[in-house]
Design a protein around this ligand. Structure first.
Ligand SMILES: [Fe+2]
Ligand SMILES: [Fe+2]
Length: 282
């Protein structure tokens, strides 16, 4: 099958309905971001962000098709006109040309739904739950935001669990750094405009901790810090946007044979912990 045919097949196996309306092919982010899709597929790599290292590793594996969740060229819509003189753009483009890799973004489709448990579920957050092994703790339906209830979890134990299962090098936390966590919510984007709603939902759901994609210093971050200073059990596990969504693409690699069969070698390559940590020198 050509890569174009594979993409058509995959799209047909997702829900394809976003906020109540079918995904508009003229507007979706889920474009072929690079390469010629009219070639036979030699292997598939799933990842969150098709970074330079992911492209290199895919090529080493002999795979010519990367399915990523995020933009390839660092902007919404993957516009490249403005980057033509940019040195990093030129080098990444050269690597893609040399390797013959095709990159397709699966964002709107996977969030619209994969078929699991007799319903359409957000493939990224369902996959995250599976990778974390938290299904038994789910305290809501399979819609976002997901809330989990734990019996004997602590800030420290959850932090270590997140680091281990998300395959991170460390974890930033804000607010309370110790204590028990009875309820945890995975919140969506924290980028300013809708942050008040997230702050309200922290109270409505009565959660002790949240896992966040982004961090906004001037809204929810300072709210959680103040809450902790006032004696409340409030913690942010600030895993980061790509770190939080990447397990969903790990799960997608396992799920993909249900959509396209077993003829293709499918490999998940982690684009890796976004953050590095330098410890304070003594
Ligand atoms: Fe994302
Ligand atoms: Fe996403």
């Amino acid at each position: 099958m050509t890569i174009r045919e594979l993409i058509t097949l995959m799209k047909s196996k997702h829900h394809g309905v976003w906020n109540g309306t079918p995904i508009d092919e003229s507007k979706t982010r889920d474009k072929i971001l690079y390469g010629n899709p009219d070639v036979e597929c030699t292997g598939i790599v799933t990842t969150c962000f098709a970074s330079t290292d992911v492209i290199r590793k895919a090529h080493e594996l002999g795979a010519n098709f990367i399915i990523c969740h995020e933009a390839l060229f660092w902007n919404h819509g993957d516009h490249t006109e403005w980057l033509s003189e940019n040195k990093t753009f030129q080098a990444k483009k050269k690597l893609l040309d040399e390797t013959g890799i095709v990159v397709w973004r699966n964002h709107d489709y996977i969030h619209s739904g994969i078929w699991m448990e007799n319903q359409w579920v957000d493939g990224i957050f369902y996959g995250l739950m599976q990778v974390m092994g938290w299904q038994k703790y789910l305290a809501c339906d399979l819609k976002r935001p997901m809330v989990f209830e734990f019996e004997d979890a602590t800030v420290e134990s959850l932090a270590q669990e997140i680091i281990q299962k998300m395959e991170l090098d460390g974890l930033r936390i804000l607010g309370k750094r110790t204590g028990s966590v009875k309820k945890l919510m995975i919140v969506s984007h924290l980028i300013g405009p809708q942050d008040n709603q997230i702050l309200a939902s922290i109270e409505e759901n009565d959660v002790d901790a949240i896992i966040t994609m982004e961090m906004t210093d001037f809204t929810v971050n300072e709210y959680m810090r103040d809450s902790a200073m006032l004696g409340r059990q409030k913690t942010i596990f600030a895993a980061g946007h790509f770190n939080t969504e990447e397990p969903g693409m790990k799960y997608f690699a396992e799920y993909l044979p249900q959509m396209i069969g077993t003829d293709y070698k499918i490999t998940y390559i982690q684009s890796g912990d976004v953050f590095g940590f330098i410890e304070k020198a003594c």
